[in-house]
Structure formats: C-alpha cells, structure tokens
Design a protein around this ligand. Structure first.
Ligand code: ZN
Length: 560
C-alpha cells in the first residue's frame, strides 16, 4: 500500500509533440500502462514516396502484457490511423472509444486486413458519464466540440494524479441544436490535475467562425447556385455532411456523395442512427445527369488536393461521371492541413481555370475549424484550473506559445512542461518534472511496400535520387586475366543529358578501367565489395568536380 502511494504517474508522449499527427501518449503507473490514441502523420515534403508515418512503439516492446487498454479520443486519422498496424503489435489490448470512433477503427481494420476486425476487443463508451476501470487507471469522460462526431475528452485517474486530456477540441460559441459546452466541472476533480491540451491553435488570434455562420453561408450558396454545386470537405465532417443532406432534402435538391472515405463515414453514421435521410434525397454521381443542374449537390473528398480523391479526378477530367462546367459552384468547405499548402494551391489554380465560382474559406466563412484559438485556450485553462500543464499535439513552437498562454491563465512556471516525443514526465502531488533522459524516437515510415522497412537511409536515397539523379556503371571483367573487357556501359537518369556529355563519359570510362585494372593486376584475390565502394567514392568525387552534383552511383561488375 505504502509503495503504491509513492508511485509516480509517468506520462510519455511517443508522437504528436513535434508535429501535427502520429499522436500517441503512454501513461504508466507502477507496471500498468494505458495508451491514448494511435495516429498517423501525413508525409512532409522531404519524405518522397512515403504514404505516412506512424508512432515509434519500441518503448512498449516486452511490456505488451502490461497494456491495460488503448483509448481513442476521436476518429480522425491522426488519432486512429495507425490502429490497424499497431493494435496487434501491442498485444491486442481492449480499445475504448465512442461508437462512431470504434466503428471507424473497425472499418479501417477490415480495409487493412479482411476479417480481422472481429478479433478487436472493444469497449464502447455509450454514456459520457460512465467510468471504466483498467488496471490502476480509472477512466472518465467529458463532452468536447471538434470537427467530427463522437469526439470525447478523457479523464485518467490514478492515485498520483488526475490527467485531463480533451483530445482535439474547440469551443463552439454558437452551436446548432445543442448547448455551448462548459468545462468548469473539471476544476473539481481530485488533485493534482494535469491538463494535457491540444494546442494547434496556439498561434491563431483570429475570431473563430461559428457553426451557425458557416452553415448559413453554405445554405445560401446551395440555394442560389446557378448550376450544380460541388462541395469538397473532410470525410469525417459527418455533422456538416448531415446538415447539407438534410437541407438538400428541404429545398428539393439531390445529393450525390463521392469518395470512398466519405461514403464510408456516412454509411457508419447512418448505421448508428446519426444521419436519418429522407427517401430519395441521396443519389449517385452516375445518376446526377437525370436532374437539372440547379437541383444537384455533389459532396466529395479531396479538399486537400489528394491525388486519387474524387475532387482531383473531377478537375483532371478523369472522373467517370463528372466534368467541371463554367456554371458549377465549387466550395472548399475545409482548411488546409499544414504541409498541404502547395498541393491545395495547385488544385485551386486548376479549378479557377474551369469554373467561375470557386469558394473557399479565405474568401467566405464556409469552414469552421476544429481547433481553438488563443483566447479559447486561455478560457479553457481558466475554467479547468489545472495544477500542471502540458501542451501537446502540435509543432514545438505552438507548444511553447501554448505554455505562454497557460502562464497568462495563472499556471505557475514550474508546473508547466513542454514535452518532446520521448519525454518522460513524472507527476505526483509533489510536482511535475521531465526526466533528463528521453526515449529515442525514430520515424517509422509506411509506404506501399510495408511498415518500418523504409529507414532514414532509404529516405535519404529517395531525396538524393530526386535532387541529383542516378548513375549506373556496368563493367565486364575477364575472370582469367582480371582485365576489363570492352567499354563499360553507363546508364544515368536525372543527372546529365548523356548525348551532350560525351567527353565526361569517356573520361569516366577511362577512370573506371584504370581503377579496376590496377586492382585486378595486383597480387591476391580481388575484394569486389571494397572495389565497388572505391568506385563509388572516386567516381563520386570525379563527377562532382566536373558537374557539382552528387548522383547516386551504382557500380555493377560482371565477371565472365
Ligand atoms: Zn481531430
């Protein structure tokens, strides 16, 4: 008993504290472990060929049996996307979440590997007021507003401290059909309390767009559209999609849904009873030509410029049923996710060439952000009055700004910890502090070929290939004499235009022949791997001296 009282709560973010995405946090009390969120991160511009990045879970290797459960705050990909790849690896512990979140995870799991969602152990939070006991942890929950239905805040109670984690959150100042949420009750939880606050809006001083304003604008656009209206949004914006479908029904317009993830989200929401559609309102893109243009609403994915999404297909003219017409109104009901700026800008340019009515959130409030601004961050901290404060789920500079806001909201400096991925933070009634030693955290990359088999080396090669090109030399060597036979073959891509570089190539060939003949004529057996290294280095220096570029050099030596 006494030992237990001295136990500290360890809080270890494994991802999501130096980037937007791959969110994952480990809580450890005694031997017991609880995990919050298993998200993916979308690749940045310096990660060519990477589909996404997942959290590095090496710390949990060998501790699988101690994992009491995994809680999911909501169903966005940066919180659940790595679930199909990691749940089994973590020993298939129970997963906890609201109905929509759990269904999204099951769907993703099936999509990843058919028939495997049945083996998931799910604990569905039916009522926000229920309590769930998992080992030394007691879980409670609270309502939050965010850009997806069934988002939930989590209260993790241990004898050492109580953690309050809203997941992603915002304050909706003018909600439709529900009350504005208050967080005052969280100030009454057993102390000390640790507030871990998603801080993506910590540098945003703009006044938030309210749900009501946004919907009024979208409805007006739908009502007054001279032709078809095509609305691109996030597939997880089920509430918005629902309202648009309902409004379409009211004014006798047809709604066609397009994009796998959007259809999937609507299907799940319909099954759970969140969306009730009037008979005949929803149609397919195949059938929209049966109706006059001004009676058609298309809702689709691809607002981030994703290559294979519905909107890109429509704009590129490769969609099976839809081409953009000048009279179409196209609405981006979305924000630009950090990292996608260039892609979105390109798709907008293409679209502006095809339609005269393109609307996005820079020119009209057609999107309400799911993240709070500076003022609301200060407001929620003042309502919750935490003892300790840990800003999370954003870039480092945003976490630092969030810490400043917490100071302004009255949290003491020594009670604020700005974490990195791999920080180990100990909390107890005596205080909160990060251990000096951090866990090493690697990028775990996922591309078409698999998980984690693309390390930094492969990634560097890809970057180099993209920037400097490649240079393959094929040399045939006579086994008996050790001499180079004929002239070495040279193949290059993305480096120099071979036909205009005859001189460079003939010099390269001479150098190669010289190098190989020198080695093979000397005494003793030839060490070919060493020979190849030498070719790479010497040829690399030579090519650099002539071109100031360093292509990837691949020597191929064939003995005949
Ligand atoms: Zn989210």
């Amino acid at each position: 008993m006494i030992k237990e009282r001295n136990e500290k709560l360890k809080i270890i973010p494994l991802g999501g504290c130096e980037e937007v995405g791959r969110n994952m946090t480990v809580f450890e009390y005694g031997k017991d472990i609880l995990v919050l969120d298993l998200g993916i991160q979308f690749p940045e511009e310096d990660m060519p060929g990477i589909n996404y990045v997942i959290p590095d879970t090496s710390y949990l290797r060998g501790k699988e049996k101690n994992i009491q459960g995994i809680v999911f705050s909501h169903g966005h990909m940066d919180h659940i996307g790595a679930a199909p790849l990691l749940i089994n690896k973590l020993g298939n512990p129970p997963i906890v979440g609201r109905p929509f979140t759990i269904e999204m995870i099951k769907y993703r799991q099936e999509d990843y590997s058919r028939g495997t969602s049945k083996s998931l152990k799910t604990i569905c939070i039916k009522d926000v007021n229920e309590k769930i006991h998992l080992g030394s942890f007691t879980l409670g929950f609270f309502q939050v507003d965010h850009a997806i239905i069934d988002a939930i805040g989590v209260i993790i109670s241990t004898p050492a401290a109580t953690v309050i984690h809203p997941g992603d959150w915002m304050i909706e100042h003018n909600p439709i059909g529900r009350e504005k949420i208050s967080y005052n009750h969280l100030a009454n939880l057993p102390r000390p309390t640790v507030l871990m606050l998603e801080s993506l809006g910590a540098t945003n001083s703009k006044k938030p767009v309210t749900e009501k304003q946004m919907m009024e604008n979208i409805k007006k656009l739908i009502r007054e559209a001279p032709g078809r209206i095509i609305i691109a949004t996030f597939s997880s914006q089920v509430e918005r999609i629902k309202q648009i479908i309902e409004y379409g029904g009211q004014i006798n317009k047809k709604v066609a849904l397009d994009g796998f993830s959007l259809k999937m989200a609507v299907e799940i929401a319909k099954n759970l009873g969140y969306i009730k559609t009037k008979e005949g309102v929803i149609t397919t893109t195949e059938n929209i030509s049966d109706y006059p243009d001004n009676r058609v609403i298309v809702m689709c994915t691809g607002a981030q410029g994703e290559e294979n999404a519905a909107l890109a297909k429509i704009i590129d003219g490769v969609h099976r049923f839809i081409r953009i017409k000048k009279s179409d109104t196209v609405v981006f009901s979305s924000s630009v996710i950090p990292g996608n700026e260039r892609t979105v800008q390109r798709i907008r340019d293409k679209l502006y060439r095809q339609s005269d009515n393109v609307i996005h959130s820079e020119i009209m409030d057609v999107h309400a952000s799911g993240h709070s601004n500076i003022k609301d961050i200060q407001d929620i901290i003042e309502q919750i009055k935490p003892n300790y404060y840990i800003p999370v789920y954003a870039y480092h500079y945003m976490l630092k700004e969030s810490a400043k806001i917490a100071r302004a909201a009255g949290v003491l400096k020594e009670n604020i910890v700005v974490p990195d991925n791999g920080s180990i933070i100990e909390a107890s009634p005596k205080g909160i502090r990060p251990l000096e030693k951090k866990l090493p955290i690697n990028y775990v990359f996922v591309d078409g070929s698999g998980i984690g088999d693309i390390g930094e080396v492969v990634l560097n090669d890809r970057k180099k290939l993209a920037e400097e090109g490649m240079f393959v030399v094929v040399v045939v060597v006579d086994k008996k004499t050790g001499k180079v036979k004929g002239s070495p073959d040279i193949i290059s891509r993305g480096f120099v235009y071979l036909r205009e570089s005859k001189e460079l190539l003939s010099e390269t060939r001479k150098k190669l022949i010289g190098m190989i003949n020198k080695t093979t004529q000397s005494n003793g057996p030839v060490n070919w791997p060493n020979m190849k290294e030498e070719i790479k280095n010497k040829l690399g220096d030579f090519l650099f001296s002539r071109t100031e570029r360093r292509p990837i050099i691949i020597p191929v030596i064939i003995e005949v």
